[in-house]
Design a protein around this ligand. Structure first.
Ligand code: EPU
Length: 428
């Protein structure tokens, strides 16, 4: 029942530092299972999804030391099992990267079915297809996924029927130490796919083509240890850019890769924001009312689905009518929450029609998932009056110190903790 209390209407002004990328970090933590020596990982975001991944690594027998808030040292040599038993694996999506990693190390893996944000059906057929092509036989029983390759993992040609980040990364993990060459066609091109490949190559893997739709992996026998820094989080950066635009602000978003933000920058510019790119910064200035635009989510380098709720929220008080298409996930449930704040949005399957209103009004709303929760925060910052965002633990899965960062930009926001055992009434 912990909630954020936001008094809206303040312009965000100043600088904000972006943390390491969640979706790279969770895969890289799992990838350390494959190393034959300790690894030091820097720029690790301090968020609950990463903590679950490091906990699972420890449960496997690995040692994880936090050298500071954002640097971990992992010794995978003490891992002594192919089985993830801890049920916290079911609370996040990324736990399925242990399948690929354990398969690569032991030619066998047993991992609970993954959880994560609830966008309806989240199939893993492409992961299983790839493991089978590499020589694994897969079964599912009592909530556990078991993959065994008694004759070892061998290279294969794998065509992904859909562009999938998770299956691309899991195939890379399983194939890094396979016998021979693996080729992934129609691979995902997201920055976190490239980051995983760069991390593994730093350890001595031979992965080429990450960032294109064809990835070639020559299996190697051993991986050494290394020090590696995770890339900045594209979605966290995009969220602060959107918050700046929503409040008519002037915010410099620091420690980013501007190239990863191009689709977001393009849409915010179309809406009337002015964006200046530096080497590792973007400055967003918005001193005019927002204009409508249409948005269609696509795999990278298209507009990311993980920014869809945030951009839809901005368009809900932009001038004119906008159309949003998101065919990647069933991800418009949060629109009901925005409607409580006065938004006028109709949803038909994977399309939302947004009639811009003059302004949103503060209300009590829920964070239905990580990115939808971030969208509620943006709505609250821009709205008149006070907004209470409930279920903030979803937001904290992927946004490090969000309240502190927003306060640093001048927002009026605080976290209100429910006293133990007492349900807070609706204050709004
Ligand atoms: N798909 C299949 N079969 C599969 C796998 C995916 O049909 O075997 C479909 C999905 O149903 C979806 C599309 O392919 O329609 C893309 O799914 P993808 O596999 O790329 O998603 P994911 O790996 O489960 C990651 C991120 C998500 C992000 C998506 C899309 C992680 C841990 N999660 O999920 O991030 O939305 O890629 O970019 O990397 C978030 O961070 O908030 C989040 C949900």
């Amino acid at each position: 029942m912990d909630k954020f209390v936001i008094r809206g209407g303040r312009r965000l002004v100043g600088e904000v530092e972006i943390s390491g990328a969640k979706n790279a970090a969770v895969a890289i933590v799992a990838a350390t299972v494959l190393a034959d020596a300790p690894c030091r990982i820097e720029n690790v975001p301090d968020i609950s999804d990463v903590r679950v991944m490091t906990h699972l690594l420890e449960e496997l027998g690995g040692t994880v030391h936090y050298l500071d808030r954002h640097t971990i040292e992992v010794d995978p040599r003490t891992i002594d099992t192919d089985t993830v038993r801890d049920q916290s694996a079911q609370t996040i999506r990324a736990s399925y990267y242990f399948i690929g990693a354990l398969l690569g190390r032991y030619q066998s893996a047993v991992v609970p079915l993954p959880g994560g944000c609830n966008f309806g059906v989240r199939p893993i057929d492409q992961h299983l297809k790839a493991f089978a092509a590499l020589g694994g036989s897969c079964s599912m029983n009592e909530g556990l996924i078991t993959v065994k390759a008694p004759n070892g993992i061998h290279g294969a040609n794998i065509y992904m029927d859909v562009v999938t980040v998770g299956a691309t990364m899991n195939t890379i993990l399983a194939a890094v130490k396979a016998r021979g060459l693996t080729v992934i066609e129609n691979a995902a091109r997201e920055p976190h796919v490239v980051d995983l490949a760069n991390f593994l190559n730093t350890l001595g893997a031979d992965i080429r083509g990450a960032g294109t739709d064809t990835i070639r992996i020559h299996g190697v026998q051993k991986l050494r240890g290394a020090t590696y820094a995770i890339i900045p989080d594209q979605i966290e950066a995009g969220t602060y850019m959107a918050a700046a635009a929503a409040t008519g602000g002037d915010v410099t978003v620091k420690n980013v890769t501007p190239q990863h933000l191009e689709s977001i920058t393009a849409k915010l510019e179309e809406m009337g924001a002015v964006i200046e790119e530096g080497d590792d910064t973007v400055r967003v200035v918005c001193n005019r009312p927002l204009r409508r635009c249409n948005v269609r989510t696509m795999p990278h380098p298209g507009f990311p689905t993980d920014m869809q709720p945030q951009i839809t929220t901005l368009l809900s008080f932009a001038h004119g009518t906008s159309i949003i298409n998101d065919g990647i996930w069933d991800r418009f449930k949060y629109v009901d929450e925005l409607r409580r704040m006065g938004a006028q949005i109709t949803v038909n399957r994977d399309m939302a029609v947004v009639e811009g209103v003059d302004h949103l009004k503060g209300a009590t709303v829920r964070a239905l998932d990580l990115r939808a929760g971030a969208a509620m925060v943006i709505a609250g910052l821009a709205a008149t009056g006070v907004t209470y965002v409930e279920d903030v633990q979803y937001i904290e899965r992927g946004f490090e110190r969000i309240v502190e960062k927003l306060v640093g930009l001048g927002a009026d926001i605080y976290r209100s903790q429910a006293p133990e055992g007492v349900a807070l009434g609706k204050l709004g």
